[in-house]
Design a protein around this ligand. Structure first.
Ligand code: GLN
Length: 318
C-alpha cells in the first residue's frame, strides 16, 4: 500500500529528488531553436500541486521558460471542449506514432489522419480547428484564455523565442502544407502554423504547469482557482492522449519506468498528471535524443517511484 499523499510527504520526496538529480550532466539544450540553445543549462525546478490547491515546490519553479510542446495538451483540451471527443478522434486521431515529434514520415505512413494532437502535425491541425475558424485574433484569444484557465494565471509570450522559432520552422511549414494536401488542415495552413508557433513560444513556470497537471488530474477543476475549466468527461480522453504519446518514441519506456502520464517540451519542461491525486512539473533545459528533459525525467521518476503511485496500479516494486 502506498502512503497517503500529504504535503509534508511531497515536500520530503521532492527535496530528495532535487538533491539526487541536481548535479546530473546528461543531455544538451535544444539547439535547432537558437533561443533555447542559450538558456542557462543548470536551471532546475520541481513543483507538485495537490487537489487542495497547495503547491509544493523546490528550485527554479518561478523561472519563465518556453512551454513548447506541453502546449499541445492545452490546445487539445480546447478543441476537445469545442468539438467533443468523437470529432477530435475522427479529424485528428488518438494514436501513437512511435516516431519523433516533428516526423513527416509519420504523416506519410498514416495519411488518413495526423495521428494525435500531441505531435507537431496533430497540434497544427488542432490549431486549425480552434473556433472561430477564419479569425486568427479570436482563435488566439481562445487559446490564451484556455492556457490561463488551466494554469491558474496568464502566460506571457516570449517574443524572442517566437521570432527565433518563426525564423527556423521550415520543417513545421512542410508539415502544415502536407496536412493541407491530405485535407487535415481546417483553416488557413500558414495561420494555423503561426498559432502553433506562438503557443509553443508562451512562457510558463513549473508552478503553473503543476497546476495545469492538477487541473487535468482533478477532472477539469482547477484546484487553485476552483474553476471548472473543461467538462469532466474529457479528462480521461486527454489523459489517454498524454499517456499514449507524451514522450514520442520514448513513451513506452517512460510509462514503464515512471507510471505517470506526462508531456514534455523542448524548452525543458515536463508536466505529469496522476488522476485524482496530483499534478507535477519539472523544468531543466538539457534534453535527451528525443527532446525530453533529462533531469526532469529523472526527478519525476524518482518521485512517483518513491511515493509508490502508478496509473496502472499499486507498485511497490523497485
Ligand atoms: N515548437 C517546437 C517544434 O515545433 C516544439 C517541439 C517540442 O517541444 N517537442 O519543433
Amino acid at each position: 500500500m502506498s502512503q497517503p499523499i500529504t504535503a509534508s510527504l511531497i515536500r520530503e520526496v521532492i527535496g530528495e529528488a532535487y538533491e539526487a538529480v541536481k548535479n546530473d550532466k546528461g543531455g544538451a539544450n535544444a539547439n535547432y531553436i537558437p533561443f533555447l540553445a542559450n538558456i542557462p543549462s543548470d536551471l532546475f525546478g520541481i513543483a507538485v500541486c495537490l487537489p487542495s490547491g497547495e503547491v509544493i515546490e523546490t528550485g527554479d519553479t518561478e523561472y519563465v521558460f518556453g512551454i513548447e510542446s506541453v502546449s499541445k495538451v492545452l490546445t487539445a483540451i480546447l478543441v476537445l471542449q469545442q468539438y467533443g471527443a468523437d470529432e477530435v478522434l475522427s479529424k485528428i486521431g488518438a494514436d501513437a506514432t512511435g516516431l519523433p515529434f516533428n516526423s513527416i514520415m509519420a504523416i506519410l505512413l498514416e495519411k488518413d489522419h495526423p495521428s494525435t494532437p500531441l505531435v507537431n502535425a496533430g497540434a497544427i491541425s488542432a490549431c486549425s480547428m480552434v473556433k472561430p475558424v477564419g479569425d486568427a485574433d479570436k482563435k488566439w484569444t481562445a487559446i490564451t484564455d484556455m492556457l490561463t484557465a488551466l494554469c491558474g494565471s496568464p502566460l506571457k509570450l516570449l517574443d524572442e523565442l517566437y521570432k527565433s522559432e518563426t525564423a527556423t520552422n521550415f520543417n513545421n511549414k512542410s508539415i502544415a502544407w502536407l496536412l493541407k494536401n491530405y485535407g487535415r488542415i481546417y483553416d488557413d495552413p500558414d495561420m494555423s502554423l503561426d498559432l502553433y508557433t506562438r503557443q509553443c513560444s508562451m512562457g510558463v513556470t513549473a508552478r503553473q504547469l503543476a497546476i495545469c497537471g492538477a487541473t487535468i488530474a482533478g477532472g477539469g477543476l482547477n484546484p487553485v482557482t476552483r474553476t471548472q475549466v473543461f467538462d469532466p468527461s474529457l479528462a480521461p480522453k486527454i489523459t489517454s492522449l498524454i499517456a499514449t504519446v507524451g514522450f514520442y518514441e520514448h513513451t513506452g519506456d517512460w510509462l514503464y519506468t515512471s507510471g505517470i502520464p506526462a508531456k514534455t517540451g523542448v524548452g525543458g519542461g515536463i508536466m505529469g498528471t496522476m488522476p485524482g491525486k496530483f499534478g507535477i512539473a519539472a523544468f531543466a533545459p538539457p534534453l535527451d535524443d528525443a527532446g525530453n528533459s533529462v533531469k526532469s525525467q529523472k526527478a519525476i521518476q524518482y518521485i512517483t517511484n518513491k511515493l509508490g503511485v502508478n496509473i496502472f496500479g499499486s507498485c511497490s516494486c523497485k
